[in-house]
Ligand binder design. Sequence first.
Ligand code: AMP
Ligand code: MN
Ligand code: ZN
Length: 753
Amino acid sequence: AVKPERRRLKAPARPDTAEFCPGFKDVDAFVKRGLGGVVAATKASGLLPQAGDEFDFYRSFPGFQDFCAVQGERLLHCMSQLMQHHGCRSFMKDRSKLTGLEERFDLVIESNDVILEKVGIMLDEASGVTRSQPVMPAGYQPPRIVVSSWNRKGNDHSGETFHLLHAKNIQRPQLKFKEKVDNSNTPFVAKIFVKPNAIKPLPSCELTERPEDLDVPPALADFIHQLRTQEHMDDMFSHPYQYELEHLVMPEILRSRPDPQLYKPLAETSCTFIETLEDLVALNEKLAKTTEFAVDLEHHSYRSFLGITCLMQISTREEDFIIDTLELRSEMYILNESFTDPTIVKVFHGADSDIEWLQKDFGVYVVNMFDTHHAARSLNLGRNSLDHLLKLYCSVDSNKRYQLADWRIRPLPEEMLKYAQADTHYLLYVYDRVRADLFDAANGQSNLIQVVWSKSKDLCLKKYVKPIFTEESYMELHRKQKKSFNSQQLVAFRLLFSWRDKLAREEDESTGYVLPNHMMMKIAEELPKEPQGIIACCNPTPPLVRQQINELHQLIKQAREIPLLKVSEVLSGFILCSSESTLFGPHDTSHVSESDLMELSLQVILLFLLKEDEGVGNSGHLTVAQQKACSILESFENPFRMYLPSKDIHISKNAKYDPSTKIYEISNRWKLQSIEKQQKEAQAKQEAKKQAKKAKGIYRLEVCTPAGPVGPIKVSCVVGLIFSVACGSWKPAHCRQEWDEARLKRINLRIKE
Ligand code: AMP
Ligand code: MN
Ligand code: ZN
């Protein structure tokens, strides 16, 4: 792709002595130097401690922390300058403007887009193509896309158009899917209709009728019907292979030390690209005869709401296969025959996402899996990435440069195919080697292998969970952003969030594509009066924002009409929601007025405070609403239980390692802090407690509702503290009936001294 540019630069009458730019004779020299720098930087970044345990360990050394701080500043400064040079937003260093890593990351992506877009335009210009293409008649074929590597000496592609690999040039694969993607705001239902290797059959789909003909009283008939329906629902949302996985025992072959079988040289291995059903069936038959095979997936998530699995790589001891899963999406399920065969070991590296993607896109499940990532962890190799294992065991220098490539592109460029092939080609050999090492590490016993195998099995039990929008979802994001918003800003944020979710589902785009988080925060923060102001908050402006600028303008206007409440601190959004509505969509408040709702929910909170603090002593003083609230309250599980010392709560050990659990989140957060810091914090907390006690510990509690502020209410500081940590949702344990009736709504609590 550099070729035309070079031609253009070299051709005119330039004296030989003139330099292309200071210090560089010509473009080649410049590119060579630049490429060297990029390669060195990529290598160096690969050598940094990995996120997770390794990084946490290093972080406990002050020297490392200082080093990181200094280098981090330098890097951010350098990036800021680069971004400014290209006219992008560049608050990389400005901590007050940007809080999260996520936002900065978005900013980098945004800048990359701008820069690449510019490069694309320049390259087009250099090869004589103008960008502004006329509107094409229906059925017009756009010019063929030729992919060319930056550093490869191109063959003569004269006459063909050069384009950068840019999302804009890729046709949306969703358009070709036989089965439409289900972006509706309902829980995910397993996509499985036949169940090979079943011990327990799939549940039947018919719902049983209400047993009216039964000779029982109507109330009992209702009850039976309810139970049956519940059972059916449970089946619908359960893991189809749960029973098989729970009854799986480790295969005999894993109990002895293996003789590692060397991989075939990459160049001598046939790699079959599979894009027809016929070939897929043949592959499935081949796989059924093996005792193990390796699997990996490539996925795309930017231009789709739920993400799309674009490629599946499979390697046996003899051959490599790459399946075009965009083409065969609806047929992939036939692989369940080998994937759920308990006598065949499926080898993955870091299967967490893969397991979910297989369920989400194909309805494919895995029974009997071995994850080499977990093996690496058990071996304490320090680094657990596939690159590292390949280097260690195969002396192969892989680089992950296409990890984030746009895998929707078709036909796939040769380089990307090679990259994909290499992802599974060596994996069976790595599997042999790690098993041998695990054996030796356990003094010839198989207990370490058993641990890795069990962890892999737990991964297979994971269920894909669809992102569900609730009235409270926005608070989760808001909390992460750690910004204090006033009432108008918060309402704007809520409206934008729900607009974005709805549009993303409808248009089948990621929320990040519709409106990146940092832009959404900015709009909510600035509450622009004019549409132009909204546009100004977004650079570059996302296409859907431009398209719906009037709708957005209306939303912001609506937010500005809310009474403005200045508050020192929004401590937490306190959420009340019924468990049904979190699953099935918006609250149905048709028969309860907003003020009833408010009254009742307030009473519940008040009672809760009293109960925690002084106890509800004399129920004779309670109003009707309070009494009702009291009875509801009694049926609740204490939402703060998880924060209290665990007396009779059982927490599964595995929960600590399951990233979807709260425990995981909390223990990880704590792990990041050094012991010393923790002690200091504990001391500070005790001090604060003492202080608070001295001050008689009275807080004023203001309750901010969508209808405006209510309060203040006096509560003790202890309760205030409890509230400040209670950010989760509070769900009823038994008393669904009353809860439904109450339809308690979202309430934001602000605590003010
Ligand atoms: P891999 O398991 O390395 O082949 O990665 C599989 C897929 O995971 C890729 O196609 C990406 O979609 C996604 N992925 C891998 N690494 C990252 C990352 N660092 N950030 C975001 N997505 C990633
Ligand atoms: Mn993978
Ligand atoms: Zn891969």
